[in-house]
Design a protein around this ligand. Structure first.
Ligand code: UD1
Ligand code: CA
Length: 525
């Protein structure tokens, strides 16, 4: 969905529902007072019998995301919806799509298994949480959400384990539901292999109305042959949903309340249920097993590479690169094979990222070259800088414009000024390094005394000879020289030379004498 639309939709419902009735088990809302979406019009009596209550004013739409399940099939100790694809939790993808369609305060995640961890992972988005303490099925999840959702006219139900859903498809379900006005709209798709999914039983081959959804385990052989499957995404009119939801039973192989059974319940109660076929079947894919999880991850990453290439980024062998969903890269940047770009990494234009580099949540300016094998995390590299091969930038490293960091150089929490160079075999930690500084090969900042970390300051234009050890806290003044192999323990004044090493001794003829005595001894044998 284009950004402008998002803004206008959000604007229209800015002060919408976040209010909570007294008994709702909403987490993190200590003082629930109101019972209705805040700024929307009062509920109106239906004008005509059978007309939904919301007709006559814009429908108040909530999105409920079912995310309480344990994920037994993943065989994991972690909650299912926190497993990651494209570099972030399954649930975070669904929340991102949902909040493009309705404001965050109208999104409700139904959580249960390891609820606190799940809440923590997506809490910053501003969505609401509903606790489903015992997970007794998808129908039960919606039963638990009753009080939170009752102030709305419609609810769109999504699955926290199906992360490929897009804002466009959610809007499509909403719009179709609003134009056809059934009690329930089911998003479906046709799959060559429908195994494991609920099958959609239509009223007739050409009817868009649905009679029932039959789960895999309850399906008879004829029903198993049906290739139209239930995506697990629905739109409901809230009023008939909660008028009938208590009719759900648990007579099924899992002994659970199936939300899918609402189709049959509605049909028995003369309410209409419609199906709408998803245009892109991949959007419905759920991560129920490890194999499905990595399949979805690959799809997301290939889509990401395709999108970046469309925007002018060259990615050689994209199938060997792992680029997270939230990464941004400028045009004319080249990504060599076997690169990982993770988290919130932003890379400028005209860069070259060498093979086997792994960049995590870092910002890189324009025209930067990373030779192969660089590892960066939570760092910042300014334009025109040159790194690698095999540079290791640990969190808090800031590399200035045009600076060089070479092979086997490790940095942590430092600022390396404009045009400064640390080209070989060096450790720079907790250091402030000015502009045009030359850090010789093998230089080490001794920043840790076994108890505390201390800072090294190297001012502009300093020359640090090779193999220097700088014992922090220490300051090397502007324009000073440090002799090679010096151990610097005291501050060095500007424009001076500091040498801190044992004076060289030369013993003339010593080696020649040694050789001569050895030869004599050998002869005597
Ligand atoms: C569900 C549908 C199936 C559909 C498939 C599509 C049911 C009974 N079946 O099956 O028809 O084809 O999705 O992917 O709904 N959850 C809760 N609370 C619970 C149980 C589940 O929040 O008590 C959550 C899960 O965490 C998950 C989602 O609901 O995110 C779906 O549950 P899951 O067990 O994965 O259902 P499926 O077997 O995939
Ligand atoms: Ca599922």
């Amino acid at each position: 969905m284009p950004k402008s639309k998002k803004t206008s939709e959000q604007g229209a419902r800015k002060a919408s529902a976040h209010a909570f009735p007294k008994n709702a088990k909403k987490i993190g809302d200590p003082n629930p007072t109101q019972t209705k979406p805040a700024s929307t019009p009062e509920r109106q009596k239906p004008a005509v019998l059978g007309t939904p209550a919301w007709v006559g004013h814009p429908a108040r739409v909530a999105i409920a995301i079912m995310a309480a399940g344990k994920g037994t099939r993943l065989k994991s100790k972690h909650p299912k919806v926190l497993h990651e694809v494209g570099g972030k939790p399954l649930l975070a993808h669904v929340v991102a799509a949902a909040t493009q369609v309705v404001p965050a305060q109208d999104v409700y995640a139904i959580i249960g298994h390891e609820a606190e961890r799940v809440r923590e992972a997506v809490g910053s988005t501003g969505i609401n949480f509903i606790l489903q303490e015992e997970q007794r099925g998808t129908g039960h999840a919606l039963m638990v959400a009753r009080e939170a959702l009752q102030p709305y006219d419609q609810v769109i139900v999504l699955s926290g384990d199906a992360p490929l859903i897009t804002a466009q498809t959610i809007s499509m379900i909403r719009d179709l539901h609003q134009s056809k006005r059934p009690a329930m709209t089911i998003l479906t798709t046709r799959l060559a292999d429908p195994t494991g999914y609920g099958r959609v039983i239509r009223k007739g081959a050409k009817s868009d109305e649905v009679q029932a959804i039959v789960e895999e385990k309850s399906a008879n052989p004829a029903q198993k042959k049906i290739t139209e499957i239930n995506s697990g995404f629905y739109a409901f009119n809230v009023e008939p949903l909660y008028r009938h939801i208590d009719r759900l039973g648990t007579e099924n192989p899992h002994g659970e309340f199936y939300l899918t059974d609402m189709a049959a319940v509605f049909r028995e109660n003369k309410e209409r249920v419609c199906a709408v076929v998803a245009s892109d079947p991949q959007e419905i894919l759920g991560a129920n097993t490890r194999a499905e999880l990595v399949d979805i991850d690959q799809r997301l990453r290939m889509t990401k590479c395709q999108q970046l290439m469309d925007e002018g980024v060259t990615i050689f062998y994209p199938q060997t690169c792992a680029i997270d969903t939230d990464v941004e890269i400028g045009a004319d940047t080249v990504i060599e094979p076997f690169v990982q770009l993770l988290g919130n990494t932003h890379i400028g234009s005209d860069c070259r990222i060498g093979s086997y580099s792994v960049i995590h949540s870092s910002v890189i300016g324009d025209n930067v070259v990373l030779r192969p094998g660089c590892v960066l995390s939570e760092s910042r590299v300014e334009a025109e800088a040159r790194l690698g091969p095999y540079s290791h930038l640990r969190p808090g490293s800031e590399i200035g414009e045009g600076a060089h960091v070479g092979n086997f150089v490790e940095t942590k929490k430092i600022r390396l000024g404009k045009s400064s160079k640390a080209n070989h075999l060096t450790y720079l930690g907790d250091a402030e390094i000015g502009e045009n500084v030359n850090v010789g090969a093998g230089t080490i900042t001794c920043n840790y005394d076994g108890v505390r970390k201390h800072k090294t300051v190297i001012e502009d234009g300093v020359f640090i000879g090779s193999d220097a050890t700088l014992v922090a806290p220490v300051r090397v003044g502007k324009g000073a020289y440090v002799g090679a192999a010096s151990c610097i323990t005291d501050d060095v004044p500007a424009d001076s030379l500091a040498i801190g090493r044992a004076r060289q001794i030369v013993k003339e003829g010593w080696a020649k004498e040694k050789r001569a005595t050895r030869t004599q001894a050998e002869r005597a044998k």
